[in-house]
Design a protein. Structure first.
Length: 256
């Protein structure tokens, strides 16, 4: 049995996703994950060949896949995403940069999350939390306009600004604090980066898959949003961290 932790909304499996996922009789609604980029000499930072295909097999015909990564990572492994369409991206702007220390490269202060999908866009769940608008015409009501000759009679484009707007196509999550000091995982993502992605592609009560669970942030985000999560993690020490975190958050209530 690979189940390391389970409760009413969460299941964590210990093992390599390539050995665990094909054996699970589940159908997640979407995937939100942060795979190893394969860009450093760290033992854990190895691109898991074949993971995109296994995730594709587990998801329904129309599904979303949000994956963190670098532009270099996605360009190197673009062929792995064959059969998926690129939709949009979110940019996490970090407060502090990370290596290299040499003077011939820029200090890296960002990471991307790319949104891939398959099937019809209209069949997928999409839900962005609208953000407050700082536009000067806040609350302005546009007058009803007459319909053009080719439009049906009575059509109008009246609208009222409610003080919010749809998030921009590239979101700069500058307010997300660093989580390195917590030392839960070497590449942990802040909740502020993960929550919008889970909300965007997974319906309320739906199931999100994270085959590289890390410190369990996708699971915490799912619980906060009223979703369920299927987590897979190969490192047993990380599984212990995730289980402890999920138990603690379940006891006190999840907070960013």
């Amino acid at each position: 049995m690979s189940v390391y932790y389970a409760d009413d909304t969460m299941t964590l499996h210990h093992g390599d996703l390539r050995g665990v996922l094909p054996l699970l009789d589940v159908r997640p609604d979407a995937c939100v994950t942060d795979p190893p980029f394969g860009e450093t000499s760290a033992a854990w930072d190895v691109w898991p060949t074949g993971w995109v295909g296994l995730v594709a097999d587990a998801l329904p015909p129309s599904a979303s896949l949000w994956s963190f990564g670098s532009a270099r990572m996605f360009m190197t492994h673009l062929g792995d995403f064959a059969g998926w369409k690129f939709a949009q991206e979110m940019l996490w702007a970090k407060r502090n940069g990370t290596g290299p220390t040499s003077r011939d490269r820029l200090v890296k202060v960002h990471e991307w999350a790319y949104h891939w999908y398959r099937g019809r866009w209209s069949d997928l769940h999409h839900e962005w939390e609208r953000e407050e608008s700082a536009q000067p015409d806040k609350g302005y009501v546009r007058k009803t306009s007459r319909a053009a000759g080719h439009q049906r009679d009575g059509r109008a484009n009246a609208w009222q600004d409610d003080g919010t707007r749809q998030p921009r196509s590239v979101t700069y999550v500058t307010e997300a604090p660093s989580v390195r000091y917590r030392k839960r995982h070497q590449d942990e993502k802040p909740l502020a980066c993960v929550i919008p992605l889970v909300r965007e592609c997974v319906p309320p009560g739906g199931l999100v898959l994270d085959p590289f669970a890390g410190s369990g942030t996708t699971g915490i985000a799912a619980r906060m949003l009223g979703r369920r999560a299927l987590l897979i993690e190969a490192d047993e020490r990380s599984c212990e961290v995730i289980a402890t975190r999920l138990q603690d958050e379940l006891a006190v209530g999840a907070t960013p």
